[in-house]
Design a protein around this ligand. Structure first.
Ligand code: FAD
Length: 284
């Protein structure tokens, strides 16, 4: 398939990209890695008049490890997240998740910012940033703002981004001592996307759960926090019974997507099973 005709500008700064978005409120699209947008153009699912290539904007590239936070530029590729030693020393969950995301070709071009901004209900990073309690840094014509990941994913392919805004970075608080994270995914056999993906973090104090965070993708219209399970587990032992009860709570209350491959009841079961397995892995 051949895309509809469009104009193309390679933005040299964030300010220029924002100005172009502001001047073309209905007809412009940002281009990052292109691994979602280009197929959409070819299939004519999107036909913007202007493509604003942000791939060369150095301000939104790279990984910074700070005293209190880790900051990941929106243009950081999946492959860079997989390979970064400083990042994975603190959050090995990035390697775990990037390893099961697509294939090396997609990982070399696709960006975490593009994935989060696109908000595909089956994408992997949304679950991870929710479990990490990340904040999304957004730059727009009205200035900068920060949105907790939990409020960023609004609906299917819909986020808190306004049309004239760019996702600039992901800011993650350093983990509290003793916190461990994991990501588990049931891959769709054809697309490789998550039928259900679960990211979880657990902080233990002795035998008692001091904190839990859970992000779930693939199951519903958008990635969400498994709050019922966290509320239930905090202050309890991470026993098989408690894990089973917590996982059941999230599966029971989630309104799941349904398709020919995975009906809603099956997805709800996968939440129960995969969340249970993730918590069990963090209990040992
Ligand atoms: C074969 C294949 C397999 C895949 N498998 C998986 C998988 O298993 N798991 C998974 O999670 N993903 C998967 N993906 C998607 C892949 O991760 C994409 O790279 C990602 O979803 C989009 O990132 P991108 O940088 O390519 O964005 P682009 O395609 O350039 O853009 C995607 C959308 O986000 C917008 N956008 C991009 N960057 C920004 C920004 N900084 N601010 C605001 N808006 C922005 C664009 O305007 C566009 O609407 C797969 C893709 C392919 C082609």
């Amino acid at each position: 398939m051949i895309p509809a005709a469009f104009d193309y500008v390679r933005a040299s700064s964030l300010a220029q990209a924002i100005e172009l978005l502001r001047d073309n409120p209905d007809g412009a699209k940002l281009l990052a890695g292109g691994h979602t947008l280009l197929p959409a153009l070819k299939l004519r699912l999107a036909s913007p008049e202007l493509l604003i290539d942000i791939g060369g904007i150095s301000e939104i590239k790279g990984i910074e490890v700070g005293e209190t936070h880790v900051k990941i530029g929106a243009l950081t590729t999946h492959a860079e997240l997989l390979a970064s030693e400083p990042l994975n020393q603190i959050f090995p969950v990035f390697r775990e998740a990037a390893n099961v995301l697509a294939d090396p070709q997609v990982r070399n071009r696709g960006t975490i910012g593009g994935s989060l901004a696109n908000a595909d209900p089956a994408a992997d990073w949304p679950a991870v940033v929710l479990a990490l309690r990340a904040e999304i840094e957004i730059a727009g014509a009205a200035g900068r703002r920060t949105v907790p990941a939990e409020d960023f994913f609004v609906d299917i392919f819909t986020t808190a981004l306004e049309p004239d805004e760019v996702l600039a970075a992901i800011r993650i608080p350093r983990p509290k001592p003793g916190t461990r994270y994991t990501y588990r995914k049931i891959r769709h056999p054809a697309s490789g996307f998550a039928v259900v993906g679960v990211a979880a973090g657990v902080q233990m104090q002795g035998d008692i759960v001091a904190d839990v965070s859970i992000g779930i993708t693939g199951a519903a219209n958008h990635a969400f926090v498994g709050r019922a399970a966290s509320d239930f587990l905090i202050g309890k032992a991470l026993s098989q019974d408690n894990i089973g009860e917590a996982a059941k709570m999230v599966g029971d209350i989630t309104e799941c997507l349904s398709d020919r491959y995975a009906p809603a009841e099956y997805r709800a079961d996968l939440i129960r099973i995969e969340l249970g397995r993730a918590l069990l892995a963090l209990s040992s």
